[in-house]
Design a binder for this molecule. Structure first.
Ligand SMILES: [Zn+2]
Length: 120
């Protein structure tokens, strides 16, 4: 178990929220900002800021998940977050259509944790 001392970065979270965040990461090893926002009762941008911070600390890797409108609930691809959006045309691996327009795609962010983290 790695203990992560937040050194002031996560001071806007209460002890209860830090415990919830630790539990979530230890249980699933992944986190999406909208999940954290709901679980911690914070706003989406704050949840994204937390994940960005944890990536900067080397605790997780962020990916941009790519969804195609052929099956909007299932990610069809992923690229490292911070590289911008996928190049067009983008070929959906599922329905094999050539996507020329970002309007056919939607995106979400997922953090993959490489270590067990406990926030204190
Ligand atoms: Zn598709």
């Amino acid at each position: 178990m790695t203990s992560f001392i937040s050194k002031g970065h996560l001071d806007f979270l209460s002890d209860k929220q830090k415990a919830e965040l630790s539990k979530h990461i230890q249980a699933s090893a992944t986190a999406m900002p909208h999940q954290l926002a709901v679980r911690l009762g914070i706003e989406y941008p704050k949840a994204l800021a937390i994940l960005t911070l944890l990536e900067a600390e080397g605790l997780c890797e962020l990916q941009l998940l790519i969804y195609h409108n052929c099956e909007p609930d299932i990610p069809k691809g992923a690229i490292p977050f911070g590289k911008g959006f996928p190049d067009l045309p983008w070929v959906c691996p599922s329905c094999e259509s050539r996507v020329e327009d970002y309007n056919e795609l939607s995106f979400d962010i997922m953090a993959h944790f490489t270590q067990k983290v406990k926030f204190i």
